[in-house]
Design a binder for this molecule. Sequence first.
Ligand code: FES
Length: 319
Amino acid sequence: MVVGKGFTPLVVHEIRQEADRVASFELARPDGGPLPPWEPGAHVDVLLGDDLVRQYSLCSAPTDSTWRIAVLHEEVSRGGSTWLHERIRAGDTLGVGAPRNNFALDLGGQRYVFVAGGIGITPLVPMVAAADAAGKDWTLLYLGTNGSRMAFTEVLRAYGSKVVLHRDSDSGVIDLESALDRLGAADAAVYACGPAGLLAAIEGYAARHEGCRVVLERFTADPDGTRAREGDSAFVVETSDGTEIEVGADESILDALHRTGIPALSSCQEGICGTCETTVLAGVPDHRDQLLSEEEREAGDTMMICVSRCEGDRLVLDI
Ligand code: FES
């Protein structure tokens, strides 16, 4: 198999049905050697076909010699979940990137509340294991519309009352504010992964409780939007070989590159995954992603070209 730059061919060693419409894929080196360890919260880019890239959280143990990702077969798929569920079989090879972590667990605190919505459980499985092994005071609230679609419930059952399962089909829609209060989230580090509405509600809760520190892993971008805005103007991107590309007021750098036939990898195209991260050689980026820290924004030496633009009229990028 030919895989793109930055991707390693890994063999799908095993496919396991974890719940209704959720399958996990165990990835192994073709020579059987161990894969590098990773930190809880990490994800990998998976190359699906020639240019479709999707991110999947690692959900096995960080020191296992193989990696495992779990994938929901979405009813309305953007291509990735259907491709994996319907085309990939044990023994096939996938191009997989090195683990990256935009959702790192800081074990320096004392009290942790983890909140998962649906397939958002995947990065939280290794996180709760790490918190438990470190002797931290923690609770997991795992929300699902229907119990048959909630993966890893067997593994989580071993933690007893530290794991609170809520199924809408049994108990109706949760009163999240009360549930978070009961779990002590007002004075805890809250790590959450799930649908945008759930994460927005948790952000709102944190805004009302000074002692609540929230860390989120998003599936979709902030609905306020990160793309072109009224008042945006055109600018020029120069590539490292001196090629100049005009980026229109209403298009992204990524779109402009593709329009001119310059290949560039992307996945979410919403500034939340990091696949399109590009080194800035000159010029000042107008950052609109939801990944870079304040320090990284100020340093200005890297940017997400799917959403971010230019403060001024020219950027030179390492493309
Ligand atoms: S493609 Fe995901 S951040 Fe740009």
